[in-house]
Design a protein around this ligand. Structure first.
Ligand code: SAM
Length: 279
């Protein structure tokens, strides 16, 4: 294990603070500080940044972010057992780490950013990871508070985020991310890197906000993609029936053939559908 700071190795931290991993909290810890430093560096320059980290756990990624030079890290952790270990990191890094005990789903980015630049970096708990991503991308105001998201997901979820039309992984997440962001998978992480090891491979995804995504009514986009991908094998004229008594003409008005299926429709097509549906 590399020496990125003078704090004890993570195995020792876990033992000392009794942080046996709990499945209910999605706890799969990264103990290799080489790897957590790599994830931190892949978020780009952190020097003048506030970084929001969701679920610091024993603090492996937190230490990577601080060692990489983040000006300020705000870490939101639901498991109060981790607070002692995190307080030791905060002391070591002269108060550059702020810890919020609570549920990341309830944290408003505005309160974290204080009007300054913000990046979000996290090895997300699998049980709330997708919801957090949707909240951050489907926010009311654009551009968002964050300038990048560097997030670890299960590989299968990562593939859905970056998916393009015509692929099996393409769905609601791909449309949302494709509409407002540039999203790419940076690298995969083997289950062996985690304690305890999960059943599946993970991937680090990097998203940056598009400066000027097409205008689109958010709620309508959610309704249309939910209906279309809820029955993805059906033609749109059938899958969108619950949205409109005259689904066929709604689809035609959006410039799309009603016999097409959700999987074949590019992001711009869904935006056209959402606009037509909203009017
Ligand atoms: N960042 C650590 C690492 O990489 O080793 C831990 C990652 S672990 C996959 C997810 C962490 O998120 C756990 O520490 C868990 O307690 C925390 N967590 C789970 N649900 C949460 C929530 N709703 N809000 C904040 N933290 C949460």
């Amino acid at each position: 294990m590399s020496q990125i700071d003078d704090l004890p190795p993570l195995r020792e931290v876990i033992r000392e603070h009794g942080l046996d991993a709990r499945k209910s909290l999605g706890q799969n810890f990264l103990l290799d500080l080489n790897l957590t430093s790599r994830i931190a560096r892949s978020a780009g320059d952190l020097k003048n940044m506030t970084v929001l980290e969701v679920g610091p756990g024993p603090g492996g990624l937190t230490r990577g972010l601080l060692a990489a030079g983040a000006k300020r890290v705000v870490a939101v952790e639901k498991d109060r057992r981790c607070l002692g270990a995190l307080a030791e990191i905060s002391d070591h890094y002269s108060g550059r780490l702020e810890i919020i005990e609570g549920d990341a789903l309830k944290v408003a980015l505005r309160d974290v950013a204080h009007g300054g630049p913000l990046k979000i970096v996290a090895n997300l708990p699998y049980n709330v990871g997708t919801q957090l991503l949707v909240n951050w991308v489907a926010c009311e105001d654009w551009p968002p508070e964050w300038s990048s998201l560097t997030l670890m997901f299960q590989k299968e979820v990562a593939e859905r985020i970056v998916a393009k039309p015509g692929t099996k992984a393409y769905g609601r997440l791909g449309v949302l991310a494709g509409w407002r962001t540039e999203a790419k998978i940076l690298f995969d992480v083997s289950p062996k890197a985690f304690t305890p090891p999960p059943k599946v491979t993970s991937s680090v995804v990097h998203l940056t906000p598009k400066a000027e995504p097409l205008a689109c009514p958010l709620k309508a986009l959610e309704r249309v993609t939910a209906a279309a991908f809820g029955q993805r094998r059906k033609m749109l004229r059938a899958s969108l029936k619950p949205l409109s008594a005259d689904a066929e003409s709604l689809i035609r008005q959006a410039g799309i053939e009603p016999t097409r299926r959700a999987e074949e429709i590019p992001v711009e097509g869904f935006i056209a559908l959402a606009k037509t549906f909203a009017t």
